[in-house]
Design a protein around this ligand. Sequence first.
Ligand code: THG
Length: 368
Amino acid sequence: MTALLTPTRRIRRTPFSDGVEAAGVKAYTVYNHMLLPTLFRSPEEDYRHLKSAVQVWDVAVERQVELRGPDAGRLMQMLTPRDLRGMLPGQCYYVPIVDETGGMLNDPVAVKISDDRWWISIADSDLLYWVKGLANGWRLDVLVDEPDVSPLAIQGPHADDLMAEVFGDAIRDVRFFRYGYFDFQGRSLLIARSGYSKQGGFEIYVEGSDIGMPLWNALMEAGKKWDVRAGCPNGAERIEGGLLSYGSDMTDDNTPHECGLGKFCDTQTAIGCIGRDALLRVAKEGPIQQIRAVEIEGGPLPVCDRWWPIKAGKKTVGRISSAAWSWDHEVNVAVGMVKLSHWDDGDEVMVETPEGPRAAVVREKFWA
Ligand code: THG
């Protein structure tokens, strides 16, 4: 598919779209009904620059579902099998969200603002309707809305330097998956050390679209000495790091355990979680397929826009959901859902790619 994308009002722009366009964006995808840049210079240039400098990413598509009211905490725990009792304001948790069958509905970052106020920073599914449905069906005392909050990510080895220039040195002390409030032009912004790369960095939860471009411009100006550029989540880098993409690598057909997210589940103690009973059952047996890193041999492959079957002889033993050429590892790095019979480290399989069958090796660990 190489056609253009026709813009409509259904495909939402972001508070940073003017900056993204001025920076020469070359390709977009659609995520949460909103534009998400996918390419600026070339896949290789974007990849190498992310790993050596610092980039500003328009990730406004990470929309927030806000829970506000006395039952906000109760509702939040209904959504996830991760035990939230120990979570304090100032913390972010990566949380699987599951339905009544234990199927994954989303894999957001939950931000606890106070006992009665949370933001759920969602991946690509319409989680708002599920959450509103639960709040109303259970007659909970909570407001559920999408606020005017748009994340802007600063990622790369010079992220701390750039952020300190704009927000002051105190930003360096924010720990991983913690946040603090920092001032920009008289507005207090929630800034977390997090982001969809393994290069380190921050996410600014920009509250109020009107300050989107002023902030974008200030970051671009302050970052000149570190060669700051507009960037975006990078396919190869995120696969190397084992960061999953909801809708591509997993859907509501998968449990968190199949997705390797069992470490973010405390199903025994997550009392109130809608999917708890279902997950307790599947957790007893353990999954029979699981997400794995897969190395696909040979040269670069086209973009993976449909499942590529994984074969062992004539048998299908899984499917690839994402793949990209890694310039650092000089191999195609991929994410696959692999059956138990072939998921051990070093297991040799074949992948049916659009370029024909390719030898591949299943890996226990991702690359970064
Ligand atoms: N940041 C914010 N919102 C998001 C994303 C994000 N919403 C959409 C999407 N990304 C949600 N999915 C993920 C997937 C991975 C991570 C965060 C969100 C992630 N994982 C780390 C890891 O797996 O190494 C850390 C997990 C942990 O240790 O808690 O960061 O990126 N705001």
